[in-house]
Write a protein that binds this ligand. Structure first.
Ligand code: ACO
Ligand code: ZN
Length: 177
């Protein structure tokens, strides 16, 4: 689905009274606004160069959602990691969900779902064997979202977050979806 550079997905909302939300690829001009959403919605913050390197390396799976004023109200970003295959004879690609967030006032309208489904299609163009992510064990809502995409809990990473909370390591085997 339209993750090419200039393609825009008109996210047609279930609520016809609000103006269309657009899902499109992130550009360098969007990064400050992406960081703003991240800092407001998630305790895990990253320096600018981190976002920039994700954008430079995996632009097709770095998407933003914008409102009628072209203001960024959500984002998703992935990176692709090379890991040794089971037989260790070659490398295979693993898609790692780095971060996703939607501004509080825009939640529960399917924007997170649309960001995730479009970015998953994009990241899977890298011949991915599996998709992985970490999520706070208390983050019931995000876990629900990932389960909708057939992610399953594979293990617990103890003390994963700076505040000591554990993470679920969730995996979607690319063949299943
Ligand atoms: N209660 C229960 N389930 C919920 C709720 C809620 N209040 N909100 C969303 N969900 C679940 C439901 O399963 C929902 O599917 P459904 O509507 O078919 O029932 C599903 O999530 C997706 O809902 P969307 O409307 O598509 O998602 P939304 O746009 O609200 O964004 C997100 C979801 C990104 C998790 C948002 O809640 C958010 O930004 N949270 C704060 C940031 C965050 O926790 N990000 C994930 C961190 S982990 C990581 O980034 C790897
Ligand atoms: Zn991670």
């Amino acid at each position: 689905m339209g993750t090419d550079k200039e393609s825009r997905i008109n996210y047609s909302d279930r609520f016809s009274d609000i103006k269309p939300i657009i899902i499109r690829r992130c550009t360098q001009q969007d990064l400050e606004a992406v960081i703003e959403v991240n800092e407001k919605e998630l305790p895990e913050d990253y320096p600018y160069f981190f976002y920039k390197s994700i954008l430079d390396n995996f632009p097709e799976a770095f998407l933003v959602a914008t409102d009628k004023d072209n203001k960024v109200i959500g984002y998703v970003m992935w990176r692709v990691e090379q890991i040794p295959s089971m037989d260790s004879l070659r490398y295979v690609n693993k898609g790692h969900l780095v971060s996703i967030a939607v501004s509080q006032e825009y939640r529960r309208r399917g924007i997170g779902t649309t960001l995730l489904s479009n970015s998953i299609s994009a990241v899977k163009k890298h011949k991915i064997t599996e998709l992985v992510l970490e999520v706070r064990v208390s983050n019931y809502i995000a876990i629900k979202l990932y389960e909708k995409f057939n992610f399953t809990m594979k293990s617990v990473k103890n003390n994963y977050y700076r505040d000591g909370e554990n993470a679920y390591y969730m995996v979607q085997n690319a063949v299943t979806n």
